[in-house]
Design a protein around this ligand. Structure first.
Ligand code: GAL
Length: 683
């Protein structure tokens, strides 16, 4: 074993002979933010390196890491089925249909954080299994301690008690890493849980800072729309004054979509440049749906045929993006054809993996790629490699992008893409926002369709303070405020006209609320980039010492000062355990302490505000325009409000990476510090 401290509180431990081509060796890994890491100060290793047991066994590597009683484990990628991994077995299989709580995910990642204030990352693309404190090792050499007689003879009569009994003893973290003969671990010290997460994010290069328009609203048009229908939709959104920054086109824009030709459909989109220009004129950014499987009719097919894996997907070749020539070819094509012609963003679909239940659409784990990577390694890293390729096509055209993706892995924080899913359970979608922070990823609880008016309003609200406000209407010909869809593929019904009008108004209100928070959200993302603080966090990340908050997977902290508790259809009230201190109702200003009984109107997203916060709110715009000045008002909470911090740059270019842009303050009386005055004014 070798141990080194790379940065204060960031340790690298290597055991045996690690595999080649691991995530840490990929081009998508960015330089750590050294100065910000140094500012976090030192932190010791959370346990002695000798306390880690490493063994190479015929099936691969086994690692055993110490855990203490009462310790909770979070992370292991985006987990939609439960927030805490404590006592669970999680296998990190990439799966687009994670139906049960086994670790399967669109975006699993071998990275966990402990409530005791540290994090551990394994540099591997293997489907490792983590036994998170469930199994005690047996040591034949150690004398056996008999449990007390009373406990031994007790007969347990419920499943709960039976299985809880297995956890009465101190059990370590056991990690099973098939195939490998060695592994590199990175350990992130605390002392707090949030400090450990920040060290990880900063080690990865800091979180992404989306362009301001990326924090506006996204609307994805029906997949079968043609050019005229897209233009009509754009005109309708503007006529109805429904805020929208990004219009997304779904598969129908391709001449072949499964697999992709990456060429406009000649009949459906006869004049793509005209459409792109018209949408730009109306102030929309354009996002294109695609996946990376290349159809034989695509101009990319021939060029990529020597850089592809040995299985096809939907008749298309699968590029090996670990090869520089594959990345360059794909990125150049996208720059020439799309990003230099007015496309600003992409939705990178199908880059996760199929579980072969719905249909066997993806490549198998035993596929082989020219770089030497196999299908398992490729599935883990495919999204990260794909994001890197597409971001390059945007960057080289001068575009700071923000898009969508269905797979991510280690080193995700700087990648400006938000995860989404075809699943649709609202409880799971809300939980995703709480779990993504421990993965260094972003996730959207999108609105696709609704079973009722209540379901519609609740799903819409849940996105107001989330990474992306996304109306993903790819499967319906009409906007969702006109159309009820009980289930996918079930006959659609139109709402009565008065309901349509009312829902359009409610939709506008939620989208406008999002736009009011835009400067606040932008500052939260700037903190993610510069300081490593995830913009959206499970309450447990900031308050692991609060037992009542450890398992809260239905509410999150947004930025520094807001706590969001989204309601779902069927919920009428909820007693919510508050973090320490006074918390104020965002709408009424009423103070609460200890806990709060929430009974929100159907049209209200419950938001609580930290004591003494000043919340800047913008006059809602329908779209973000380059270098516009946001008109701000403030709301203050508590007896001694402190100034709010905002970040001001041009909001659209990469200049902030080379030091342009500045932090400034908004005083409780609304006075703006000089740094902010080019981008903000009093409303
Ligand atoms: C799915 C994707 C959906 C939508 C659809 C279009 O794979 O998750 O959001 O884009 O494809 O066919």
């Amino acid at each position: 074993m070798t141990v080194s401290e790379l940065f204060p509180g960031v340790f690298k431990l290597t055991f045996g002979t690690p595999e080649p081509g691991t995530p840490a060796t990929q081009r998508y890994v960015r330089p750590p933010r050294r100065e910000a890491l140094a500012e976090l100060g030192t932190a010791p290793m959370p346990f002695a390196p000798e306390a880690i047991e490493f063994r190479t066994l015929p099936r691969g590597v086994r690692l055993t890491l110490p855990m203490s009683p009462g310790e909770d484990i979070y992370g292991l990628g985006l987990q939609l089925k439960s927030l805490r991994s404590t006592g669970k077995k999680r296998t990190l299989r990439v799966n687009s249909d994670p139906a049960v709580d086994t670790g399967d995910s669109h975006a699993p990642a071998p990275l966990y954080f402990s409530s005791s204030g540290y994090g551990v990352m394994l540099d591997t693309a293997r489907y490792a299994t983590f036994y998170c404190g469930g199994n005690e090792p047996f040591d034949a050499a150690a004398p056996e301690e008999l449990p007390p007689e009373s406990r031994r003879s007790k007969v347990l009569l419920t499943e709960e008690a039976l299985y809880a009994a297995a956890r009465e003893h101190l059990a370590p973290m056991v990690i099973d890493l098939p195939t490998a003969r060695g592994i590199t671990l990175y350990v992130f010290g605390g002392p707090t849980l949030l400090a450990a997460v920040r060290r990880y994010v900063l080690f990865c290069g800091g979180g992404c800072l989306p362009p301001e328009w990326g924090l506006g609203c996204f609307y994805r048009a029906c997949g079968s729309s043609d050019q005229a229908q897209v233009a009509a939709l754009a005109a309708e959104l503007r006529a109805e004054h429904l805020p929208c920054d990004v219009l997304g086109l779904e598969p129908g824009w391709h001449s072949k979509a499964y697999s992709c030709s990456f060429r406009w459909h000649p009949e459906r989109f006869p004049e793509p440049q005209k459409l792109l220009d018209e949408l730009k004129e109306l102030g929309f950014r354009v996002n294109l749906w695609e996946h990376a499987f290349v159809h034989p009719s695509s101009p990319l097919y021939r060029q990529l045929s020597s850089c592809a894996g040995d299985f096809k997907v939907w008749q298309g070749l699968v590029p090996d993006f670990t090869l520089p020539e594959a990345e360059t070819c794909f990125a150049d094509y996208h720059r020439e054809q799309f990003t230099s012609r007015g496309v600003s963003s992409f939705k990178l679909d199908e880059c996760d993996n199929s579980d072969f239940i719905a249909s066997p659409w993806s490549f198998p784990e035993c596929a082989q790629f020219p770089s030497g990577r196999d299908g398992e390694e490729m599935h883990s890293m495919f999204g990260a490699l794909y994001m890197q390729t597409i971001e390059r096509a945007c960057r080289e055209a001068g575009i700071r992008t923000y898009g969508s993706v269905r797979n991510a892995h280690l080193f995700a924080p700087p990648q400006p893409f938000v995860l989404y899913s075809d699943l649709y359970d609202h409880r799971d979608f809300i939980r995703g926002v709480t779990s993504m922070g421990f993965a260094g990823m972003l996730w959207t609880p999108e609105l696709r369709h609704a079973e009722s008016r209540e379901d519609y309003l609740r799903r819409l609200q849940a996105m107001v303070l989330a990474p992306q406000m996304l109306l993903n209407i790819w499967s319906m010909p009409h906007p969702p405020w006109r159309q009820l869809q009980r289930e996918r593929n079930v006959q659609n019904e139109l709402y009565p006209p008065e309901v349509q009008a009312e829902l359009a108004d409610r939709t506008r209100e939620s989208l406008e609320l999002r736009m009011r928070f835009l400067p606040y959200l932008y500052a939260a993302f700037a903190r993610y980039h510069f300081e490593g603080i995830p913009p959206f966090r499970a309450p447990a990340m900031d308050y692991p010492q609060e037992e009542a908050l450890r398992g809260v997977d239905y509410a999150w902290l947004a930025g520094n000062d807001l706590l969001v508790v989204p309601f779902r259809a069927g919920m009428t009230e909820l007693e919510f355990p508050l973090p320490p201190g006074n918390w104020y109702d965002f709408y009424t200003g009423k103070a609460h302490r200890g806990s709060v009984l929430l009974r929100p109107e159907l049209t209200t997203l419950p938001i609580l505000v930290r004591e003494n916060a000043t919340i800047p709110l913008a006059e809602p715009e329908e779209k973000v325009v380059a270098n516009m000045r946001y008109r701000l008002t403030v709301k203050t909470f508590g007896p001694n409000p402190e100034p709010a911090r905002l970040f001001a740059d041009d909001g659209v270019s990469w200049a902030f990476e080379s030091g342009q842009g500045a932090w400034g303050t908004v005083a409780p009386d609304g006075t703006l510090s000089p740094e902010l005055q080019t981008r903000y004014c009093r409303g």
